[in-house]
Design a binder for this molecule. Structure first.
Ligand code: NDP
Length: 451
């Protein structure tokens, strides 16, 4: 019996929409089900609203700086409801674009939950069943909230975008991307912000020198960062949420935000029953072509817990279509993927950390931390950091770490050179653009250490 669809996609986020649209453009009959809003985490409750909040929160410091530069400015308070209305208007607009592009390509959209029934069948929440030659699972992830007494009082990052009013005092729990970003955002918006992280230093897995630098910046901006500290319990009290920490500290907040990681969104999807192998965290196990243990079922994006970034999910979605619908088996290259933590200033990096590289081979470290012209002029103490990790034998740049305003924009450019295999000498031969902060990347002549 012929299938109803050539491809049925479960999940309308970055990976699922890209795969659905590109597959439909090849002439394939495509159905896509999304239970919440089209666009997924990135557009609706992740990268996009987060970045807009980063922009909003940056103006408080910008205004302080402007005053130092001679402007007579009185910034006043941040009007969260006004910003929120505009933010949600923008998200609606983007969701509309996703929807239109998908429909224009010829895909059929179902605004409801779908689950697997077998290797070729999905069932919608309204009971309709469809068969498909291939099924793509692109259901993403969701916040992981550890169990703590009183934990139901805490928000996840999803809730921050929806809050009615700005809290006066907020606690962020965690030390990863989301925790550091939201601590900076709330602090910039004028919220008294504390951050508790259970480990010894924030941003585990990143370069140690850069982690120390970010922690210093976070604290200098006025965030009360407590490492080696976790929440023991919480209680709703008259004046807010009372929090007892593992180090004995007690404090009261108007909002507690858990940013303690994300878990693949695979529960209740009928995956195991259909024979799809899952890993320890519930992630879907896939091969290099994003194929699961069931040959007709593929999975892309955060649900596979490979590199949980939007552009990676998009690449995986496109490679899946190339493999299955264009007869051109395509692996996604997961090496040398740059990313940025949108703290203020930003921390952007690509490649290895110093710690990873020195365990593998002899290396040279070039690193410069300094006050850039724009802030040194007004006696702002914040320093930027530029760091290169170089293989002592091949001379190739193994890693680059930048902490500075605009670091995410810079790393995108550096990433091209590093992906092409640039050596330290290639960087040295490149003439500086003056006066910039970024020129430091081609001006560091002497290693600060070797290992
Ligand atoms: P991360 O995995 O980066 O960080 C999770 C943090 O929570 C860690 O500090 C971790 O501590 C802590 N934690 C985990 N479990 C517990 C627990 N039970 N109790 C207390 N603390 C705990 O996750 P995020 O949620 O920040 O981000 C998820 C992913 O989303 C990122 O890995 C990234 O791939 C992506 N992302 C990317 C962004 C970007 O590109 N700018 C922005 C936001 C997210 P420990 O280190 O000790 O394990």
């Amino acid at each position: 019996m012929p299938f109803d669809y050539d491809l049925f996609v479960i999940g309308g986020g970055s990976g699922g929409v890209r795969a659905g649209r590109v597959a439909a453009e090849t002439g394939a009959r495509v159905g896509l089900a999304e239970e919440y809003r089209m666009g997924g985490t990135c557009v609706i409750r992740g990268c996009v609203p987060k970045k807009l909040m980063v922009f909003a929160s940056g103006y408080s410091t910008a205004a302080e700086d402007a005053r130092e530069y001679g402007w007579n400015i009185d910034l006043g308070d941040f009007d969260w409801p006004r910003f929120r209305a505009r933010l949600h208007g923008e998200l609606d607009r983007l969701e509309g674009i996703y929807r239109t592009n998908l429909a224009r390509a010829g895909a059929e959209i179902f605004d409801q939950r779908a689950v697997l029934k077998d290797a070729h069948t999905v069932e919608l929440a309204d009971g309709r069943r469809f068969t498909a030659s291939h099924i793509l699972i692109a259901t993403g992830g969701q916040p992981y909230m550890p169990e703590v007494p009183g934990g139901e009082l805490a928000w996840s990052s999803n809730d921050v975008f929806l809050m009615d009013e700005l809290p006066r005092r907020a606690l962020i729990v965690g030390g990863g991307y989301i925790a550091c970003e939201f601590a900076c955002i709330l602090n910039g918006l004028g919220v008294e912000t504390s951050q508790y992280y259970r480990g010894a230093q924030v941003l585990r897995g990143f370069d140690d020198e850069a982690r120390g630098h970010v922690a210093e910046l976070i604290q200098n901006r006025g965030i009360e960062l407590h490492v080696g500290t976790d929440v023991e319990r919480m209680e709703r009290r008259e004046d807010g949420i009372w929090v007892k920490a593992t180090d004995g500290r007690e404090a009261t907040f108007d909002a507690v935000v858990y940013a303690t990681g994300r878990k693949p969104n695979t529960a209740g999807l009928g995956l195991r029953e259909a024979g799809v192998k899952l890993g320890r965290w519930g992630q879907i196990i896939v091969d290099d072509y994003s194929q699961t243990s069931v040959p007709s079922i593929y999975a892309v994006g955060d649900v596979t817990d490979r590199i949980n970034l939007t552009p990676v999910a998009i690449r995986e979605g496109a490679a899946f279509v190339e493999t299955v619908f264009n007869g051109n088996p395509t692996k996604v290259d997961h090496s040398l993927v740059a990313s940025a933590v949108f703290t203020q200033p930003e921390y952007a990096s690509i490649g290895m950390t110093e710690e990873q590289a020195r365990d593998e081979r002899p290396i040279e470290i070039y690193s410069a931390a300094f006050r850039p012209m724009q802030s040194s002029f007004i006696d702002r103490k914040e320093r930027v950091l530029f760091k290169l990790i170089v293989c002592a034998e091949s001379r190739k740049i193994l890693g680059c770490h930048i902490i500075s305003p605009g670091a995410a924009e810079m790393i995108q450019m550096v990433a091209v050179a590093i992906k092409m295999g640039a050596t330290k000498e290639d960087f040295d031969q490149t003439v500086a653009v003056h006066p910039t902060m970024a020129e430091e990347i081609v001006l560091m002549k002497t290693p600060v250490r070797t290992a």
